[in-house]
Design a protein around this ligand. Sequence first.
Ligand SMILES: Cc1cc2nc3c(=O)[nH]c(=O)nc-3n(C[C@H](O)[C@H](O)[C@H](O)COP(=O)(O)OP(=O)(O)OC[C@H]3O[C@@H](n4cnc5c(N)ncnc54)[C@H](O)[C@@H]3O)c2cc1C
Length: 379
Amino acid sequence: MGDNSYDVIVLGVGGMGSAAAFELARRGRRVLGLEQFALGHDQGSSHGHTRIIRKAYYEHLNYVPLVLRAYERWRDLERRQGRTLLTECACLSIGRPDGELIAGVRQSAERHGLPVEHLDAGAIRRRFPAFQFSDEYIGVLEPSAGFLYVEDCVRAYVAEARRLGATIRDREPVVSWKAEGGGVVVETLAGRYTADRLIVTVGPWARQILADVGASLTVMRQVVFWFETRDDVAFQRDRFPIYIADTPEGAFYGLPVLNADGLKTARHYGAPELRDPSEIERTVSANDEETVRRFLRAHVPGADGPARKASVCIYTLTPDRHFLIDVHPDHPHVTFAAGFSGHGFKFASVVGEILADLAESGRTDQPIEMFRLARFQAK
Ligand SMILES: Cc1cc2nc3c(=O)[nH]c(=O)nc-3n(C[C@H](O)[C@H](O)[C@H](O)COP(=O)(O)OP(=O)(O)OC[C@H]3O[C@@H](n4cnc5c(N)ncnc54)[C@H](O)[C@@H]3O)c2cc1C
């Protein structure tokens, strides 16, 4: 076997690809990871300092067993690296009692016996005076939520994968892949590689690279801001939670002040669906800022200071906003994971295991039925 042959090639080393490369290396596989940009770059979906992790999952209660496993796997990565990647921090979901957010959080918490606290508008104001929500809002507080340092997680998985023998090549765009002779051939701008298995984890580029799979993925521009507050101490995590707020003007979320950048805040969804990352406007506009600022003025007025930092990031959406993880319908030795629809990073640690399972044996014990491709194919 030549130098350019591997057991598994991982195409795209962002959130999901880095975890998959690690998991396969841990299992003793000879792994090659190929990444078009520098590791930990800011052109895809896995940058911007932090990602929220939470268990009482409003998007669907089937995610709860997966997120519980994800916590275990993040803790394993921390032990291996001897550093903190996941910090526990309460998460407050705020919305109308019958809205999708509150109803979904309550259902997941009840069904899976997760500890949460229910707060009416008065209790929200007393407990967290930085918020201003009128009496029609209620809150559900999840104490064991938290946040992950997103670029550090990607780099930690790459470091562990390399330590276990994986080859990870960054700044090396893949230009084509094809199934050949029971394996795959992958061509980059720098070389040609072969492997028994291919895992495709290309985030916002999945529509193009997985065009033959036929899942209608779109991308959506998201702009994240960090604002100066009137008093950073009042917004630190012993006093101020992670929050998600479902308002008539849209869904917004934020994290406590963690460093000199200030309060991180952004709108969730709410932008046009596009076909290609090349259509994403990378410059932040006054209009972007005004959307988020309107929310802060109304509901978190103490954080309506100057914007200290902003970042453009990309969601990759499936039509139903649930993930797409499966074996390629025509090539059983090709596995893919895409369409994380703006809520996938917290799962990267377990998605790495799932992808390794699927690549090795075509099956997994993790509950992924709702992520299969078949749901989008004509019945
Ligand atoms: C603003 C924002 C906030 C978010 N907040 C949260 C949150 O709080 N909690 C949460 O769980 N999730 C959150 N998400 C979602 C989460 O970050 C994504 O679901 C996750 O990062 C997707 O990872 P990925 O591996 O699919 O994509 P990426 O991390 O983008 O990785 C794909 C990689 O493939 C590479 N690639 C593509 N094409 C090629 C090629 N031809 N050759 C080589 N390499 C290639 C890309 O360069 C990239 O590095 C958020 C997303 C955004 C944008």
